[in-house]
Design a protein around this ligand. Structure first.
Ligand SMILES: *Cc1c(COP(=O)(O)O)cnc(C)c1O
Length: 440
């Protein structure tokens, strides 16, 4: 391997040797990731062929957007890939939180109860639901919320869930990814078991899955195992890095219709919503998504194993199966978090000269540090890292539009830690003369 470009970018021989050694162990994992990507790539191509995608689909529409054939066909492509009756895929859905808020408020009515059987939902949903007070929360509209936490071993509290379901329970929300928590991410298979259980207790409950960060990580999606709706953001996995905005809701015809009425207006639904020229990015991004997700997954696995070898706690650990693209690394100190994020930033194609600093952020009780050098602002399918500066000093690392960029980011983070003496090259050498890095 010609490492001259790594040297030119500032990666030293110690870090290079450590990374090469670590990578050699990952071959079987990478092979499995590639296999899933290949399957999902074919799934997307097949859906595009079935729906006869052609150049006319990429035309821009303005105004009301009536008869927007490209938009309507993209929604058929999504429905076909996710195995659902219908889909709503729109630039008018501003982000993942918006998509989830639309889905929840489309189904729930005053007096209904929303149940989360997998613990606390993603931070931004607390205000949507009204767990934290907010104007216009579901709570303000008389919607109740119930929560059953996972058991300490990470399994579902089936007795607790059964007891929590009553005649007002209209809808269940299941978050696939751990998000910024330490619980394990749910596999699609486990989500299927949970949905089957919930429906065995009360068959007419609408089951929604927050699919953020999970799309294309496995060969099946929650919609293949009984979810009535799956919801996500286009500046994460399914946008493939090309979508500059947007969200999706895929599910039963009845659910998606209600969501469309909620998003635009009762009576209008999916008929309105001009695409403003965004269709090429949406189609091409969805086409790229399986391989982009594979690159991000390889980055996550590589980061997990590197940092675990150095003695840091990683969630998931270096060998566990992965069901989303997020890697948490507990670095144990502010200095290490700063050095890690500066490495990620220094490896970026955009804003590489910027120096991330910890900063107070609204909604957080500690300073937060963030590294992102992205083409699409805030995009977390692009290489990024962030975390609150407090115990256990964990950084959350995700994305990478290509595996090589993710790899460089991780190497650069190691380099910054190494240069600051925050990880140390030991005298000891592993068999084969490879230097052994550990943290000081
Ligand atoms: C990112 C994310 C959201 C919210 O998406 P935004 O686009 O940031 O609003 C919701 N749930 C999970 C699990 C997420 O990862």
């Amino acid at each position: 391997m010609d490492n001259s470009m790594y040297s030119r970018l500032g990666i030293g021989s110690e870090v290079l040797a450590f990374c090469e050694k670590t990578l050699a162990e990952l071959e079987p994992r990478f092979k499995k990731i590639d296999e899933t990507a290949e399957y999902n790539q074919l799934k997307v191509i097949s859906a595009m062929q079935e729906n006869r995608v052609n150049a006319a689909c990429f035309a821009a529409t303005t105004g009301y957007g009536y008869d927007d054939a490209g938009r309507d066909n993209l929604e058929r492509v999504y429905a076909s890939v996710f195995g659902t009756q219908a889909a709503l895929v729109r630039p008018q859905i501003t982000c993942g939180t918006h998509a989830l808020a639309v889905a929840l408020s489309a189904i729930l009515r005053p007096g209904d109860t929303l149940l989360s059987p997998v613990g606390k939902p993603y931070d931004t949903l607390e205000e949507v639901i009204g767990i934290r007070e907010s104007k216009c929360s579901l709570k303000e509209f008389g919607v109740n919320y119930a929560q059953v936490d996972l058991l300490p071993d990470g399994s579902f509290d089936l007795d607790g869930i059964r007891a929590a379901i009553n005649e007002t329970t209209k809808m269940v929300t299941i978050q696939r990814s751990k998000g910024y928590q330490t619980r394990p991410t749910l596999s699609v298979e486990r989500i299927g078991e949970l949905i089957a259980f919930v429906k065995s207790v009360k068959p007419d409950i609408i089951c929604m899955v927050d699919n953020c960060y999970g799309e294309f990580v496995q060969k099946i999606e929650p919609s293949d195992v009984g979810a009535d709706m799956i919801v996500g953001s286009l500046i994460k996995n399914p946008g493939g890095g090309l979508a500059p905005i947007g969200g999706y809701i895929c599910g039963t015809k009845e659910c998606v219709e209600k969501c469309a009425y909620r998003l635009s207006a009762p009576g209008l639904g999916q008929e309105v919503g001009a695409n403003l020229g965004i269709m090429p990015a949406f189609y091409q991004g969805f086409f790229m998504a399986p391989t982009v997700v594979a690159g991000a997954l390889k980055g996550a696995v590589f980061a997990g194993l590197c940092y675990e070898k150095l003695g840091f706690r990683c969630v998931p650990n270096g060998t566990e199966e992965r069901y989303d693209i997020i890697q948490a690394v507990e670095l144990g100190s502010r200095e290490r978090m700063v050095a890690f994020c500066r490495g990620i930033q220094a490896a970026a194609p955009v804003d590489s000269y910027v120096t991330p600093e910890p900063w107070p952020m609204p909604g957080y009780d500690s300073d937060v540090i963030m590294a992102a050098g992205a083409f699409v602002q805030g995009s977390s399918i692009e290489l990024s890292a962030d975390g609150p500066i407090k115990e256990p000093y964990a950084v959350y690392f995700q994305g990478g539009l290509t595996w090589y960029h993710a790899k460089l980011g991780i190497m650069m983070s190691l380099q910054k830690l190494f240069e600051k003496g925050l990880i140390e090259l030991q005298k000891k050498r592993l068999p084969g003369g490879v230097p052994f890095l550990s943290f000081a």
